[in-house]
Design a binder for this molecule. Structure first.
Ligand SMILES: [Fe+2]
Length: 454
């Protein structure tokens, strides 16, 4: 009888676990609240989250609720669909405190985890030293639908190396999954891809280890080199929102651009697809930049300008899918959209924006590009790619690109560790490209004193 009881208990426990499709993943973790994301299976009837104090032990319902005025967070939205991505927001937290949580599916524990809220350093102490991770281009093979021949996806164990980093967050720079030909023209196909890739076991430790923020590029928006004309872009945006619980997504239901901050760094997370004109549209009309050919679009550009001027951050990072400053780019680049490139350059100079850097992905290699500007400090574009998708070696006249910072080219799978540290007035931002085992392949750094507008 006792054996039967144990068997039944084990079975119930397993079935709760099996309903957990992916996650938990940490979304934004702020000073007073945090978002925990999970996806559950179609049979799940209820999803709840509970904070607990491990020194007291895991409470059994009805629990001794350690965190007062909250207790359980119960998910109130729809369930029972083929895909059930869920974001649970935990309110009323305290800054700089570690919390333990558990996820219950149909009353049974399916996962436990921890997170630490941000410190309230402003007006009290120096900006914290910290590091974060970034990267782009993640491809999980699915041979039945992949291109025939050599698999495009590489060694996924890179995500295990990343999970071991003591980083404050991970910033996904686009092509975070790859829609395929079988997915492009069906909403369920798009949703299948996001669900399948997110559920890969090798990804789970990273999802749980740190907060995640993301922008998209062409492959997790729609077809290769996709633009504003993609017919399922509305559905694609809904899926992005369902799978990435960023602070916000564009304005007026348009785009996915937003901003996040950590310490004295602001990151302006751009959408290079929603408003984008076709790559092959003429750059020039009668010898002057074509005003109709835009990558970010007027609405987003207006937002970016205001957000940059509004920012007091030491380092202001514009994160966008495509490279921005590379004169030799043999792929999509902001410079192919001269009306916007010129507008951005003129704005940065006129407003004397300090501390500006650009972070990009997409290229299937990593490098740092230096862009000289007359009368003011040079800009740098840190390109981070690929996490697991195929390598694209630089070729032709891009091989000896004079704009590339010497020693920064990486042509193997890699992720980036960004470290921001130092005393006020001499803060330094360092980027390291690391291989699948976490070994440093290239390092570059810049001081805030080198990024002062003149
Ligand atoms: Fe891309």
């Amino acid at each position: 009888m006792k054996r039967l009881l144990l068997f039944l208990l084990a079975f119930v426990g397993l079935s709760a676990q099996s309903q957990l499709v992916s996650g938990p993943m940490l979304g934004p973790v702020e000073l007073r609240d945090a978002v925990i994301w999970v996806e559950v299976g179609p049979r799940t009837k209820s999803v709840r989250l509970q904070l607990f104090d491990p020194t007291i032990g895991i409470p059994k319902p009805p629990a001794r609720v350690v965190h007062n005025n909250m207790g359980w967070i119960s998910y109130k939205g729809p369930l029972g669909n083929a895909s059930n991505p869920i974001a649970l927001r935990i309110p009323d937290l305290q800054p700089a405190k570690t919390y333990h949580y558990r996820i219950l599916l149909d009353g049974k524990e399916a996962a436990i985890g921890t997170f630490t809220t941000k410190d309230l350093w402003q007006w009290r102490k120096p900006a914290p030293d910290f590091s974060f991770l970034t990267g782009s281009c993640a491809y999980f093979n699915e041979p039945v639908y992949d291109r025939p021949g050599t698999p495009y996806g590489g060694d996924s164990s890179i995500f295990l190396a990343m999970a071991k980093e003591k980083a404050s967050f991970m910033l996904w720079l686009g092509d975070n999954w790859y829609y395929r030909e079988v997915d492009f023209f069906s909403a369920t196909g798009l949703r299948y891809r996001a669900r399948r890739d997110r559920a890969q076991p090798v990804l789970q430790p990273l999802l749980k280890a740190m907060p995640h923020y993301a922008i998209w590029d062409d492959h997790d928006f729609g077809p290769n080199d996709g633009d504003k004309s993609f017919v399922l872009k509305e559905e694609s945006r809904r899926i992005f929102l369902d799978y990435w619980p960023n602070h916000s997504a564009g304005e007026n239901e348009q785009g996915i651009y937003t901003k996040m901050s950590y310490g004295d760094v602001d990151i302006f997370m751009m959408d290079d697809r929603w408003f984008r004109s076709a790559n092959n549209m003429d750059e020039l009309v009668d010898g002057t930049p074509n005003a109709a050919k835009r990558m970010w679009g007027p609405q987003q550009m207006e937002w970016l300008k205001n957000a940059l001027v509004n920012s007091t951050a030491t380092f202001k990072i514009i994160a966008t899918g495509n490279q921005t400053l590379n004169p030799k780019a043999r792929a999509e680049c902001l410079q192919d959209y001269p009306i916007e490139f010129n507008e951005l350059m003129q704005f940065l100079a006129a407003e004397k924006i300090t501390g500006l850097l650009l972070f990009t992905g997409d290229r299937h290699h990593s490098e740092v590009i230096r862009y000289e500007r007359a009368g003011t400090y040079p800009l740098f574009d840190v390109t981070n790619s690929p996490l697991t998708s195929g390598i694209s070696r630089v070729s032709g006249d891009e091989k000896d690109n004079a704009a590339r910072v010497s020693g920064t080219l990486v042509e193997v799978q890699n992720y980036t560790r960004v470290t921001v540290a130092g005393p006020k007035g001499a803060r330094r931002l360092q980027t390291e490209f690391l291989d699948i085992s976490g070994k440093v392949l290239a390092t570059w750094s810049v001081s805030e004193t080198e990024l002062k507008a003149r």
